[in-house]
Design a protein around this ligand. Structure first.
Ligand SMILES: [Zn+2]
Ligand SMILES: [Zn+2]
Ligand SMILES: [Zn+2]
Length: 129
């Protein structure tokens, strides 16, 4: 379930469903494109590419001030996938939030110290010449 603040704009209930690029309310039938819903909450500027569906609809709830210190911290408003705070990390290379299990340690190709970057940055940096 999603935090209290993600309300249906019509009936103010929190039974929102996200999927297929749409945000919809089961109770009153409200349905909107993800982007429009982000606009409505004025959080569209916080959207990042979703690691799951690649749509730019992933929102860090803490940055938007919607996070209540429990439950998922990252929500994709397009595919509906959500991540707990400990499941995501910001990649130091591209600055986007990425699932932690996708991080690779860059040691061989850049320095002996080693630091963790997301998979796509890793592939970019370490791709064979
Ligand atoms: Zn509703
Ligand atoms: Zn997604
Ligand atoms: Zn990256």
């Amino acid at each position: 379930m999603f935090p209290q603040e993600l309300k249906c704009p019509l009936c103010s209930l929190t039974e929102l469903q996200i999927g297929g690029g749409m945000v919809s309310c089961l109770t009153c039938g409200y349905k909107s494109e993800s982007n429009r819903y982000l606009n409505l909450l004025s959080i569209q500027n916080y959207s990042r590419p979703c690691p799951h569906c690649t749509t730019r609809a992933l929102v860090d709830l803490e940055k938007t001030g919607l996070y209540k210190q429990q439950g998922p911290l990252f929500i994709c408003f397009s595919c509906g996938k959500s991540w707990l705070p400990e499941e995501m990390d910001y990649c130091p290379e591209c600055g986007d939030p990425q699932p932690r299990e996708g991080f690779q340690e860059l040691i061989i190709c850049r320095s002996s110290v080693g630091f963790y970057v997301c998979r796509s940055c890793y592939n970019k940096t370490c791709s064979p010449e």
